[in-house]
Design a protein around this ligand. Sequence first.
Ligand code: AMP
Length: 514
Amino acid sequence: MLFSELGLGPDVLRAIEDKGYTQPTPIQEQAIPWVLQGRDVLGCAQTGTGKTASFTLPMIDILASGRARARMPRSLILEPTRELAAQVAESFETYGKHHKLSMALLIGGETFSEQVKRLDRGVDVLIATPGRLIDLFERGNIMLNDIKVFVIDEADRMLDMGFIPDIERIVSKLPKIRQTLFFSATMPPEIRRLADAFLMNPKEISVAPPASPAETVTQAMALVHEVDKRKALRHLLRTEDVRNAFIFCNRKRDIDVLRRSLERHGFNAGALHGDMVQSKRTETLEAFKRGDITLLVCSDVAARGIDVQGLSHVFNFDVPINAEDYVHRIGRTGRAGRQGRAFMLATPDDDKLVSAIARLIKREIPMIAIDGLESAEFGEEEARPSRGRGGRGRDRSERTKDRGERAGREASREERAPRAEAGQREDRPRDERQRDERPSQPRESVAAAEARRSEPRRDRDRDRRRRRDDDDDDVAVIGFGDHVPSFMLRAARPRPADAARDTKAEALDGAQEG
Ligand code: AMP
């Protein structure tokens, strides 16, 4: 099928041609004609299928006639993360280049004033993360009663991130007569019920996920001791033909440590995680896409859904806590039929997590040895300094159990309460900081959300405030968590003079790594 057979206007077709697309993808082929007819659409499709163009292309045609009024956008697209929102905005720029549509991107981490100015001028397309949109709505900067087309993208991800109550609130402000396009990679019952509540007689479309990573990604795993992980990673980076790579860590605090270590060893590395201010996140991602940065050390949340073409490698510096994350992580490479390579570093305590991954992907990940490193065994006792309850004296199964729980707790806490840098505090309202990259929180059922909605508003606001305060307090550090700094595993040395202590410790750490 050709794009010209889908009913799109000549200016949109010209933009598609400029972009170099020759054929619509299956989701585009199925969705575009229905969207152009004004029907609601329920699309089951993942990123990588061409889903973004399946709604942006027809929306440009629909919005081409008519004019936006101040503070009253004509269409609204909700995205779970800022990066995805920015990607959709890029699509509108690319495909709408022969039109004069105005667009605003409302995402956290950027100043309100610019965004408000934009809204005042009137926008045809508003792309937002739920948190920032609600903040602007509550400040009276925006009215949603002129929305003609409403898009919810990545609905299952929104559910995971705890955004559903916010979305329900947003939907209650929209006009009843509107066109709604709803996309989700999966359709669990909660999402299905949400779709039933938001959509009217939708056209249902489902496309197969892009080729399973297992087919285009060569996977391997090295089993090493915790202290050898950085060395093992460096070995892989040096022996593999790495054009560009994501390196995933489970905890945000490890990301900068690893990036600095890689830089010290001469690698060109950047970092991407939810604690970074938005300008830095955007800048880093752009530098990575341009090829100025070769290695991006990142968290799951920051990297999810980001469309970076031609990633040659993915490294799992940590075995992911959730097996599904393994599939998402390695799916960042081997896209669009290209070959990719994915490596994972596992430690003796990771056997349960590795087994869960093998069960999910229905295959064992091939093991490789790392030259020059002593190989480790699953279940083997790791050399650890005694640290009270978590130390050597404890039975291994106890440690593994604690480890999973603690890592889950820490990952959850860290992603749940992203902290702005000092200068950004005023610009990033607290709501946004917490909502914009909220992690896998327990899912709230639609029934529970409905019950909660019916609570008196005052109680709800009080509970919200309490929850936020809890979140802010919830950053206590539990010892070293699961991370044992490498210098603690070395034999004791004479204490360096106090004055030079910090510098020397760093040098010592560097020597240990090298
Ligand atoms: P998405 O699923 O929207 O994240 O799109 C994944 C990638 O496919 C993006 O890099 C798009 O630029 C690209 N893409 C979208 N539609 C087409 C098409 N019809 N032909 C070739 N590439 C496409």
